[in-house]
Design a protein around this ligand. Structure first.
Ligand code: C2E
Ligand code: MG
Ligand code: MG
Ligand code: MG
Length: 282
């Protein structure tokens, strides 16, 4: 008994652990304030069609932290999901994306560009989610077909009935759904066919070694066949080399996203990119 108490108090007074806990508490607190302090920014990563025409972009959030600098979403999104601030952050992303689509509608070079946003589970499963999306689409008077929502397999798997109902309502508005990180979850064909999806997004982990790994090639082939048999579009993420793109193209994947085409970049850089290509097209 004494020994056990000793171990517990040792743990409690471990200064390193204590420091980690308070650093995390500070970060969580700052996360709650970051929306109102206007510390978030969307970066845009171009999505390409096979003929090298930009279709649009995926919006990827960045946190401009006053001391830490640019913080990656890989670091703060999981934290935001745990402490609930993701709901507020997700709402900021939705509004910012719709405001941006509205601005793009005013110019010939940008008015057909789509914008994908990532939606987290907590955000999607709120009762008010459909209402919030509809309100944002209406407020900014955007063409809902240009707004894409990226969902993950794990998000879809919990509360399937409710999920399908929400997706249907949003699809009826014209909004399109892309299934992100596809292949890393457990979706069966039986289950996928019930969902009003527009697109499957092949996870980067299968694209990485596509050129050298036969089993990855087989997986990619299967995903593309699945997408096509379900009547879905397919896009690959994490495309870094021309060999990967060529392989994907030969397997029937005609949309791509990755460093080969462009990294996530600021609004200004992204607009410059699409305007340049638009000019060359005209
Ligand atoms: P994701 O949605 O799967 O986004 C793709 C990630 O892969 C992005 O990382 C992107 O920068 C990176 N990427 C794209 N192409 C390449 C490539 O060719 N090579 C390599 N090495 N990486 C590439 P990022 O921006 O760090 O975002 C990480 C994750 O954070 C996202 O994964 C998404 O799950 C989450 N996330 C980002 N923004 C948001 C957001 O606004 N809301 C929510 N809920 N999650 C977000
Ligand atoms: Mg995504
Ligand atoms: Mg992804
Ligand atoms: Mg991914």
């Amino acid at each position: 008994q004494a020994k056990e108490d000793g171990r517990n108090s040792m743990k409690f007074f471990d200064p390193q652990m204590q420091a980690n806990i308070s650093a995390r508490a500070v970060l969580e607190e700052e996360l709650h304030l970051a929306v109102e302090r206007q510390q978030f920014e969307l970066y845009y990563q171009v999505q390409m069609s096979q003929d090298n025409i930009p279709l649009g972009a995926e919006a990827l959030i960045r946190w401009n932290h006053p001391q830490r600098g640019l913080v990656s979403p890989l670091e703060f999104i999981p934290l935001a999901e745990q402490n609930g601030s993701i709901v507020e952050i997700g709402q900021w992303v939705l509004k910012t994306a719709c405001r941006q689509l509205q601005a793009w509608q005013q110019h010939a070079a940008t008015k057909e560009l789509t914008l994908s946003i990532n939606v987290s589970a907590k955000q999607f499963h709120q009762d008010s989610f459909v209402r919030k999306v509809r309100a944002a689409v209406n407020r900014f008077a955007i063409n809902p077909r240009l707004l894409k929502l990226e969902l993950t397999e794990s998000l879809l798997l919990d509360n399937i009935e409710n999920t399908i109902a929400k997706m249907r309502e949003l699809s009826m508005l014209g909004i399109q759904f892309s299934l992100d990180d596809f292949g890393t979850g457990y979706s069966s064909l039986q289950y996928l066919k019930q969902l009003p999806l527009y697109q499957l997004k092949i996870d980067k982990s299968f694209v990485d070694d596509l050129v050298t790994d036969d089993s990855d090639q087989e997986i990619v082939r299967t995903i593309i066949a699945m997408a096509h048999s379900l009547g879905l579009s397919v896009i690959a993420e994490g495309v870094e080399t021309e060999q990967q793109q060529l392989r994907l193209y030969n397997e029937g994947c005609t949309y791509y996203q990755g460093y080969l085409f462009g990294r996530p970049e600021t609004l200004e850089a992204y607009e410059l990119r699409v305007k340049k290509i638009h000019k060359a097209e005209c």
